[in-house]
Write a protein that binds this ligand. Structure first.
Ligand code: CO8
Length: 257
């Protein structure tokens, strides 16, 4: 498939997807969404891929949904097309996804980063939900995922004032897992993805599924869900191999990778 808005490459078991609309600071338009959905699905189905890194440019991870595309929308059109619903497929990718964020991650860009499982940011990253300045509210999860990630006080501050949050504050607030120097961003993200991709893939996928359930379930339901997954892993060869290798003091060779 020829891609106009993305670049992709694979390194071993890691797939790297780079948003590539430099003239629009990687603004997220319909074409990009279509290509990202297809690409995520392709890597999701590829058993040789164990983890995905999603990144943008040095200046912008993504400066939001494409305002020029949205501007002429009316209510009926937005409702009938269920505008933005297509992003759920990206959020529902079952393999682990790391967002490597440099520069602006604003509006839909911040929301896209939050659809990923781990955000690693360069010290130049700026996060924000400035939709209020455009006369709208976040529409791809900004009021929901951001509030769960950083709490009501900071989420209200960002969504109501539209201010940008620097990488250091984003890490302190719990949005970002690690902040690294801009030059080290991709190497750090790829190394983390390689580490994940070296483990048993179904186990990594169950970790992702179970952690994400924490946002959706009560503690009691979530603990039961986790326990069932935990029990199920004793039916896998990878559990036998992982624990066997520990006891035999050797490196585990997981089968399902
Ligand atoms: N959409 C479309 N084009 C964009 C966007 C965008 N989000 N962001 C930047 N661009 C374009 C600019 O128009 C410009 O294009 P051109 O050269 O043709 O004029 C080019 O990218 C470069 O941008 P700037 O010249 O503005 O670059 P600066 O370095 O001066 O500024 C900023 C960088 C601060 C990031 C600035 O571009 C900016 O403020 N961008 C918009 C950020 C924003 O508001 N994002 C939120 C968008 S709304 C959203 O994501 C969700 C909406 C939910 C609605 C729900 C409806 C159902």
């Amino acid at each position: 498939m020829a891609l106009n808005t993305l670049k992709t490459e694979t390194r071993g078991r890691v797939a790297i997807i780079t948003l590539n609309r430099p003239d629009a600071l990687n603004a997220l338009n319909s074409e990009l969404l279509g290509e990202l959905r297809e690409t995520m699905a392709k890597f999701g189905d590829d058993e040789k891929i164990g983890a995905i890194v999603l990144t943008g440019s040095e200046k912008a991870f993504a400066a939001g949904a494409d305002i020029k595309e949205m501007q002429p929308l009316d209510y009926v059109g937005a409702y009938m097309n269920d505008f933005f619903e297509g992003w759920s497929a990206v959020a529902n990718t079952r393999k682990p996804v790391i967002a490597a964020v440099s520069g602006y991650a604003l509006g839909g860009g911040c929301e896209l980063a939050m659809m990923c499982d781990i955000i690693i940011a360069s010290d130049t990253a700026k996060f924000g939900q400035p939709e209020i300045t455009l006369g709208v509210i976040p529409g791809m999860g900004g009021t929901q995922r951001l509030t769960r990630a950083i709490g009501k006080a900071k989420a209200m501050d960002l969504c109501l004032t539209g201010r940008f949050m620097e990488a250091e504050e984003a890490e302190r607030s719990g949005l970002v897992a690690r902040v690294v120097a801009a030059d080290d961003l991709m190497a750090t993200a790829i190394k983390a993805a390689e580490k994940i991709a070296g483990f048993s893939l179904p186990v990594a996928m169950m970790v992702k599924e179970s952690v994400n359930r924490a946002d959706e379930m009560t503690l009691a339901e979530g603990l039961r869900f986790e326990r069932r997954l935990f029990h199920s892993l004793f039916a896998t060869e990878d559990q036998k191999e992982g624990m066997g290798a520990f006891v035999e003091k050797r490196k585990a060779q997981f089968k399902h990778r």
